[in-house]
Design a protein around this ligand. Structure first.
Ligand SMILES: C[S@@+](CC[C@H](N)C(=O)[O-])C[C@H]1O[C@@H](n2cnc3c(N)ncnc32)[C@H](O)[C@@H]1O
Length: 239
């Protein structure tokens, strides 16, 4: 399928920042439950991948409460770390020893100073109205030879697909309404786990991701998890 930028364009609810602020306190425990205890393993995989490159500087964009940053700090105590997120209540939960910036991806990518060896986007790219623009913007903040890493949900291919579809698009939205976010205020927009399911459905176009990397002048585009998995992990290098 030929890559077309229009395929990626879609609406993001205006209240997503408030949604993540509202979710902040419960984010890690619920992500562990919703991922059926795989969240830790995924973050450990990202940590091993990044530590293997021995970077001096790493920024986690859309870092949430800093679960991954904490692991990176343990694995690479000498590296300079930074967390960026537009939800202040998420940043309030990050280890105070790790510096943070309360900015949107766009503001940070276009308005900031300095270049990094590694930029991380874990469970963030999928929610952006224009993921390709994010790839393009973040490239400007990578050092020459630096790497962008993307971890995202993916609909597995093969025998796991029907079970995944049932879980993600039938069970999860209901579980969210009935238990996980049953205190979601009325008239507050789409509830978080209903949004997660919808956002993932649009993200099906993510199979275009490798091509989007190449078209934005990244090289060494590498997949680090199989397409039978429920998450995808990619890295790409700035020449
Ligand atoms: C699903 S959470 C992922 C948190 C963490 N990266 C992880 O893997 O657990 C998405 C995070 O990205 C932040 N985020 C989403 N879109 C953003 C944007 N455009 N600018 C800055 N932060 C954003 C949200 O506030 C939230 O904390």
């Amino acid at each position: 399928m030929a890559y077309s930028e229009t395929l990626w364009r879609r609406e993001t609810p205006p209240d997503l920042r408030e949604t993540f602020d509202w979710m902040a306190d419960r984010y890690v425990t619920q992500t562990e439950r919703v991922s059926r205890a795989h969240y830790r393993e995924w973050m450990d995989h990202v940590t091993r991948l990044v530590a293997g490159w021995q970077p001096q500087s790493v920024v986690d964009v859309g870092c949430g409460p800093g679960y991954l940053l904490q692991r990176l700090k343990r694995a690479m105590p000498a590296a300079t770390l930074l967390g960026v997120d537009y939800a202040p209540r998420m940043l309030a939960l990050v280890d105070p020893a790790i510096p943070t910036e309360n900015r949107s991806i766009e503001e940070w990518a276009r308005g900031g100073q300095g270049h990094y060896d590694v930029i991380l986007l874990t469970f963030v790219l999928r929610d952006q109205p224009d993921p390709v623009r994010v790839l393009r913007d973040l490239r400007q903040r990578l050092k020459s030879g630096g790497r962008l890493v993307v971890l995202e949900t993916q609909t597995p291919s093969g025998w796991r697909k029907p079970g995944f579809d049932l879980y993600f698009h039938e069970w999860l939205p209901r579980w969210g309404d009935l238990a996980l976010t049953k205190d979601w205020p009325p008239n507050h927009g789409i509830p978080p786990y209903r949004w997660l399911s919808q956002s993932h459905a649009a993200w099906m176009r993510a199979r275009l991701l490798p091509q989007a990397f190449y078209e934005n002048d990244y090289v060494e585009v590498e997949r680090h998890r199989p397409n039978t998995d429920v998450v995808m992990l990619w890295s790409a290098r700035r020449p």
